[in-house]
Design a protein around this ligand. Structure first.
Ligand code: F6P
Length: 563
């Protein structure tokens, strides 16, 4: 049964009217009128402080947005998500990433099955594996301890673990055998080739991470890795007792929702880690897909990450809408996209450890909410996910901030930084210096959001008259600032869960499914067809003129078989 689209309902219409009444009111005026904006629009939970005072809104705007959330039945949607209802309607299954971070003594029965026990059984198996690596007991086929692990995966089977291992690199435990973890995702093999050129096959293991275990990008890298190992360990200098079965057993772990496909590929049964169809790929870092994280930081810190995410889940479930961080962040986004027509969103962390955070969010947000039909299959008549991109803030200052300050696009920005850093460095000289560098970074972070807000109202005109156009800044660019008490496994877990839930709340209001990704299928099908043509297994007829021209250009450049 189709229902009235959200943009024709009362709260949305009231917001549209309110937005028209607000016109393009400047943020600097909003701050002049309401000096206590930080207190009014700031909230804290789970080690995170969210300052929404630099959003171009008023108390009344927020009230109306909260009405919208109620009208879209966000509280009921949150309940259904966390209870394991089939919220992924196009694929008819729950989206239960939150179950992956429930504590062992919790209970979650979904459709007659208690999920917590199986989640923790997998965590325990991961722990046993990680311990074998860290004790130097996981040995390659020639008997040497494994020292390097290469994760072969793409999308959610790459971006989450990559982002977290980088963010938590300070948390390496003191163990006998450190493991260096590397990530190769690209189907062209270039990242993998770099590793193969410098890694020792005797001490290298590959984790094949793929929920479906059918992703060609990952499987083609996996084949290359297998051939490399065979050529190096079974080839000319063949070692006594090393055979293919031993090589496959000692140098590959599989992580997937399809044990059959892992077995078909040759992964030993006890070297398979499973997860479930009800975990979406881009929501999967909390379980077995997080193995590379656990190999770097150890299980204790991995469990800390889960605990932080769980704390945010509880906050999401229990806090009133008006105090609920994910809900508020989502509403700020809705206000910008749908009522201020700001359809670009930049993610700007001010901490080098969060280098891959924006790339991670690009998938989380755009693969989830880059949709244009409702749950009922109707085309939406309003904008959904903005174009979201980002980069480390300090580097982006010297790259694309020019556009933020003086371009023609309005952009919403998220500034993210830890309050404290480097106070735990043992050497006082270095520590003092580095803490100074952290304050320098925070000064830049706060100054940039302030400059974007105020524009050149922040600085006096020169004595010799007003500044020329190229030195003027209009300001009025909205932003949110998120401060982490410190960057720890717990706060990182809470931060990621905050964004996951923000995406869900927006999807609920937009009436779209954030848990499928049918849009990526067409390109995959067409790539198969194009590959057959490139390999001369099918003819060019039916190709458009552009693609035909490009294929012929490649054929002309390729070496001829008989040359
Ligand atoms: O883990 P898999 O099944 O290899 O999929 C990798 C990625 O590919 C996608 O399905 C998109 O093609 C993502 O949603 C997913 O994270």
């Amino acid at each position: 049964m189709s229902h009235t689209p959200i943009d024709q309902q009362r709260a949305w219409c009231a917001l549209a009217e309110h937005a028209a009444g607000m016109g393009r009111r400047h943020l600097r005026d909003l701050f002049d009128e309401q000096p206590s904006r930080y207190e009014t629009f700031g909230r804290s939970a789970a080690g995170l402080t969210l300052d929404l005072s630099k959003q171009r809104w008023t108390d009344q705007t927020l009230e109306l947005l909260l009405d919208l959330a109620r009208e879209a039945d966000v509280p009921e949607a949150i309940r259904g998500l966390l209870a394991g209802e089939r919220v992924n309607r196009s694929e008819d299954r729950p989206a239960l990433h939150t179950a992956l971070r429930l504590p062992a003594d919790a209970r979650l029965e979904v459709e007659g099955q208690d999920l917590v026990a199986s989640v923790h059984a997998t965590l325990d198996r991961m722990e046993a594996m990680v311990e074998r690596f860290h004790n130097g007991q996981w040995r390659g086929a020639t008997g040497k301890p494994i020292r390097d692990v290469v994760n072969l995966g793409v999308g959610g089977s790459d971006l989450g673990p990559l982002m977290v291992t980088h963010a938590l690199a300070d948390y390496r435990p003191d163990v006998e055998q450190h493991i260096d973890v590397h990530f190769a995702s690209t189907m062209d093999g270039s990242q993998l080739a770099d590793y193969l050129a410098r890694l020792n096959p005797e001490t290298t293991l590959f984790v094949l991470s793929s929920k479906s275990f059918t992703t060609i990008d990952t499987l083609s890298n996996a084949r290359t890795a297998r051939d490399w190992l065979k050529a190096r360990l079974l080839g000319g200098a063949r070692q006594e007792g090393v055979d293919e079965a031993l090589l496959m057993r000692q140098h590959f772990i599989g992580v997937s929702a399809s044990p059959e496909k892992m077995s078909e590929w040759g992964i030993a049964d006890d070297h398979q880690l499973e997860f479930w169809e009800w975990v979406g790929g881009r929501y999967s870092l909390w379980g077995a897909i997080g193995l590379p994280v656990a190999l770097v930081v150890g299980m204790e810190h991995f469990r800390g990450l889960l605990a932080g995410a769980h704390e945010m889940d509880r906050h999401f479930r229990e806090a009133e809408l008006a105090d609920n961080l994910p809900v508020l962040l989502a509403l700020a986004g809705i206000w910008n996209v749908n009522f201020l027509d700001i359809r670009a969103h930049s993610i700007l962390p001010y901490d080098g450890r969060l280098e891959y955070f924006a790339a991670y969010l690009e998938q989380l947000e755009m693969e989830s909410n880059g949709k244009s039909v409702t749950h009922d299959g109707e085309s939406v008549s309003y904008s959904t996910c903005p174009v979201l991109w980002g980069q480390l803030g300090p580097n982006a200052q010297h790259a694309f901030y020019q556009l933020l300050h003086q371009g023609t696009q309005a952009v919403e920005c998220d500034f993210i930084a830890p309050k404290v850093r480097y106070d735990d460095v043992p050497d006082p000289a270095t520590r003092d210096h580095l803490m100074g560098q952290h304050r320098l970074t925070l000064a830049n972070c706060f100054a940039q959001s302030r400059a974007l807000m105020l524009g050149d109202a922040a600085v006096a005109d020169d004595e010799d008259g007003p500044r020329p156009g190229h030195r003027r800044y209009r300001g009025n660019q909205p932003s949110s600032t998120l401060l982490l008490d410190r960057l720890t496994p717990r706060t990182l877990g809470a931060l990621v869960a905050l964004y996951e839930h923000k995406v869900f709340v927006q999807a609920t209001i937009w009436d779209i499914n954030p848990f499928d990704q049918w849009g990526v299928e067409l390109g995959k099908t067409m790539a198969g067809e194009t590959q057959r043509i490139l390999q001369h297994e099918a003819g060019l007829e039916g190709m458009d003129d552009s693609t035909r021209g490009l294929i012929e250009a490649v054929w002309a450049a390729e070496p001829q078989a008989d040359a």
